[in-house]
Design a protein around this ligand. Structure first.
Ligand SMILES: Nc1ncnc2c1ncn2[C@@H]1O[C@H](COP(=O)(O)OP(=O)(O)O)[C@@H](O)[C@H]1O
Ligand SMILES: [Mg+2]
Length: 330
């Protein structure tokens, strides 16, 4: 199969661990690989045809595109390109909408809460005044403040008291145009969370991450340690439900174990492989590629049957269109 990976880096040397193992696995499984870099994509509307140009030429045959979008705040380019691939008839995993939703924690929590999936108490704030009011509503310190589009723990702040809040707000309000999530701090999580890897409606691996000493964020990139974990049936069901309501096929679901039961804090559309492979030994890239290939096969089968249908209709019409000479003159 012709597999493409849509990526945000400008050159191979910038590939993350996940990207390197994914690329190696595509080749190991005997597929052809193309890397589509977002900076070389052009969306082209001719007025008659929607075209996806890559390095100024039509992209051509690709059976499936595995999307590994970037972490930057401005993801319009990625989102537009993914949608354009879909409009041009390419099979894509993950698709445009779930990528857009999960890039932003506000949108993600909105979907989850709307579908009755438990999340920590959270209030969105756009101004200093709103942040203060939100903390008042939560009723006690510590609280957690999160940037809507942060990742790898970088936009997540622990606020232990009113004094820290005041100085942090000075800084936050300098970052114009940002919105923040003010969230209750889940003390009982004790610096741990669950990362649940979902592929095509199935949980393929799960780990518990533990923050390093003196840290509350358990992200692997911040030095969190990882260990395989057995999920309870509830945790599994919740992770799958979260992926389902967002419509995401490949996801890293982050969950906290709280006194009220499991709560989801975010869903990642571009989850890293390193920590979870280390913790569980599961072949994550292999599972993703298998899923992408099966999606491509289904899409091809559908296209074929549509073409067969069209051919059948044409020949049927053809038989009607051919007048029977004798009858015509009868
Ligand atoms: N409300 C919370 N209470 C306690 N710990 C939290 C809370 N929210 C996040 N954390 C910790 O911070 C980490 C990063 O938060 P998360 O919302 O997943 O953002 P990111 O996108 O940066 O990973 C989590 O993995 C968890 O360990
Ligand atoms: Mg996270």
């Amino acid at each position: 199969m012709q597999i493409a990976i849509f990526h945000y880096t400008k050159k191979d040397e910038d590939f993350s661990h996940s990207m390197r193992v994914l690329r190696a696995k595509v080749r190991e499984m005997g597929h052809d690989l193309r890397v589509i870099r977002k900076h070389d994509c052009q969306l082209d509307w001719t007025g008659k045809k929607t075209r996806f140009l890559y390095k100024n030429k039509p992209l051509g045959k690709v059976d499936v595109v595995i999307v590994r979008p970037g972490f930057n705040d401005n993801y319009d380019l990625e989102a537009g390109a993914i949608k354009h691939l879909q409009y041009c008839g390419y099979t894509v995993v993950n698709t445009h909408l779930p990528v857009i939703i999960t890039k932003n924690k506000i949108r993600t929590l909105q979907y989850l809460d709307h579908h009755h999936i438990p999340i920590p108490r959270t209030i969105v704030a756009y101004s200093r005044d709103q942040i203060e009011k939100a903390v008042e509503k939560l009723g006690k310190f510590p609280v957690v403040i999160k940037k809507a589009c942060g990742t790898q723990g970088k936009g997540v702040l622990y606020i232990p008291d009113a004094q820290t809040l005041t100085s942090v707000m000075d800084l936050l309000m300098d970052w114009h145009g940002n919105e923040y999530l003010i969230q209750e701090y889940i003390e009982e999580a004790k610096g741990k969370d669950l990362r649940i890897f979902v592929v095509g409606g199935k949980v393929i691996a799960a780990m518990e991450r533990t923050a390093k000493p003196g840290e509350f964020r358990s992200n692997f990139h911040l030095g969190g340690s990882v260990a395989k974990v057995d999920l309870t049936p509830d945790e599994k069901t919740l992770a799958l439900k979260a992926a389902k309501v967002i419509g995401i096929e490949i996801a890293g679901v982050d969950m906290l174990r709280t006194h009220e039961g499991p709560q989801i804090i975010e869903v990642n559309s571009n989850p890293g492989f390193e920590g979870i492979m280390q913790a569980t030994g599961v072949d994550i890239p292999g599972a993703i590629i298998k899923y992408a290939v099966s999606k491509a096969k289904i899409a091809q089968a559908k296209k074929m049957s549509r073409q067969d249908l069209i051919r059948a209709k044409v020949s049927l019409l053809g038989s009607f269109a051919q007048p029977d000479v004798n009858l015509a003159f009868a």
